[in-house]
Design a protein around this ligand. Structure first.
Ligand code: NAP
Length: 478
């Protein structure tokens, strides 16, 4: 049983309620977590508010040391964190070891570096004898709400910059995969953050709703579905809370006639099926030059069928389970819907006959733009192939959806690549490569894929307010 962390102390929920978290590889209960209710939310927001002024004034170089220490502790406990992440989310252990855990540590290190470099500017103003400068100040109390797919990394994408900028935080992980965040908060406590600076609330959607609606929260940073993101806009409206939204996606991958097809197949298999397709930036609709569409589809189907499906902790596994029974049913409903709409299921598209939530990746040919499988976010191992005849049609087709998180282009022609990169409305474009995040760059979406950006210098904008300070330097007052 894991507790809530509020004001520097661990405690059960005020109501005593808890919820189970399951291992998606076999459906068994790993443990239970406290389910925070309104009284706990109130206490956590109170603790964060009480700590806010002192933390904002905490010397920057000491803030940096704390963040750096978190990174050291993550590395010292890397294997435990990786095993926890794999068991709770179904992530392949190799991915947890090589991507999630080092990526989390790297985020803390990157933003530790920022602590001493967050600065304002002296700006020339038109008024004579006047000094004007800007200050970057923390926003205040930040509610950080994360999804289940990459719990540890996404927690770090929010915690590290929010704390570097001098905010106090309350983090709420998803109820399906809370355990690595609980352990991370334990490590943050061990690192020595003052009480109330970092608070943790585990719970379900009700906990998230109560936290987002609390009047003592100054900013909500949310990663999750577009549907819940929309509801947060309403929750934030009354208090005009600051809002960063990292939402859903349906990334197009364009495979041009001149692409190195074997490299494109290898890259798109990973782009589509990394973490069983449960990735916001997953390549999820494939526009292939008609001359090469059959070859691409056959090779993708063969590649997908060859991936060994199994538990995350089996080194032979290449595809782990989906996160839950509910999610597996949602993926399967999309697959059945595509068959009903007339798409040609070339391979896979079935639940694997074993305990846990395993699903064979589905490859579809003959998909058209109007089919749900080409328009809706499935967030699972599904590969719809659409043919195109004329490169001029690609921009309009790629931009036709409300999503705009990521896109991928496979070609040997640099001018094709960069012309498309400029015209596709998405927050990240990957040319001849898989989707990857990096602490030093930018992550975020156009259109219904979100508001604002995380990572790099952009995260500093997301977690600071800018203040202008004016001083009259001449004689007398102005
Ligand atoms: P979700 O259902 O929107 O939930 C995300 C988080 O919000 C969870 O902690 C959830 O709690 C909480 N929540 C649910 N309803 C809420 C409400 N009304 N108010 C406040 N919080 C609420 O998303 P998910 O299923 O966990 O994650 C999958 C989605 O996340 C996909 O759409 C994916 O594209 C998106 N995603 C986007 C990015 C990005 O960077 N753009 C990255 C990863 C994932 P419970 O889980 O406990 O219900």
């Amino acid at each position: 049983m894991s507790d809530l962390f509020i004001g520097g102390a661990w405690s059960p929920a005020a109501t005593g309620r808890s919820f189970p978290t399951l291992n998606p590889a076999d459906g068994t209960v790993i443990t239970t977590c406290a389910e925070a209710g309104p009284a706990d939310v109130d206490r956590a927001v109170g603790a964060a508010r009480e700590a806010a002024d002192a933390w904002a004034a905490h010397p920057e170089h000491l803030r940096a040391r704390l963040l750096w220490r978190v990174a050291d502790l993550i590395e010292a406990n890397a294997e435990e964190l990786a095993e926890l992440e794999s068991r709770d989310s179904g992530q392949l252990l190799g991915v947890a070891r090589e991507v999630s855990v080092p990526g989390t540590a790297e985020h803390f290190r990157y933003f530790a570096g920022w602590c001493t470099k967050i600065q304002g500017a002296v700006l020339p103003v038109a008024f004579p004898d006047t000094l004007h400068y800007t200050r970057r100040e923390p926003v205040g109390v930040c509610a950080l709400i994360t999804p289940w797919n990459f719990p540890l990394m996404i927690a770090a994408w929010k915690l590290a910059p929010a704390l570097a900028c001098g905010n106090t935080v309350i983090i709420k992980p998803a109820e399906q995969t809370p355990l690595s965040t609980v352990r991370l908060v334990e490590l943050m406590s061990e690192a020595g953050f003052p009480p109330g600076v970092v608070n943790l609330l585990t719970g379900g959607p009700g906990t998230g709703r109560a936290l987002a609606a609390h009047p003592g929260v100054d900013k909500i940073s949310f990663t999750g579905s577009t549907e819940v993101g929309r509801s947060l806009v309403s929750a934030a409206a009354g208090g005009l809370k600051r809002l960063t939204l990292e939402l859903g996606g349906k990334a197009p991958s364009i495979i041009a006639a001149d692409a190195d097809l074997d490299a494109a197949v290898a890259g798109n298999l990973t782009g589509a099926l990394f973490h069983s397709g449960q990735v916001c930036a997953a390549y999820a609709r494939f526009y292939v030059d008609r001359e090469r569409a059959d070859e691409f589809t056959e090779k993708m189907a063969a590649g997908a069928a060859a991936l060994r499906i199994g538990p995350g902790d089996d080194p032979a596994s290449r595809l782990g389970p989906l996160v839950s029974e509910e999610h597996l049913r949602s993926v399967d409903a999309h697959v059945r819907g595509a068959v009903y709409e007339g798409a040609d299921l070339v391979g896979g598209g079935r639940r694997v006959d074993r305990p846990g939530f395993f699903y064979e990746p589905a490859v579809f040919a003959g998909v058209t733009d109007d089919m749900a499988i080409a328009r809706e976010e499935v967030f699972g191992p599904v590969i719809p192939v659409l043919a195109y005849d004329d490169p001029d049609e690609l921009v309009a087709r790629a931009n036709a959806l409300e999503y705009g998180l990521a896109a991928s282009i496979w070609t040997r022609d640099l001018s094709t690549a960069h012309r498309l990169a400029a015209r596709i409305r998405a927050g990240a474009i990957f040319i001849n490569m898989i989707h990857v995040p990096d602490a030093a760059t930018t992550w975020g979406g156009y259109k219904a894929s979100g508001w604002g950006r995380e990572m790099g210098p952009y995260a500093i904008d997301a977690y600071t307010e800018v203040k202008g300070v004016w001083t009259h330097l001449g004689p007398g007052s102005r």
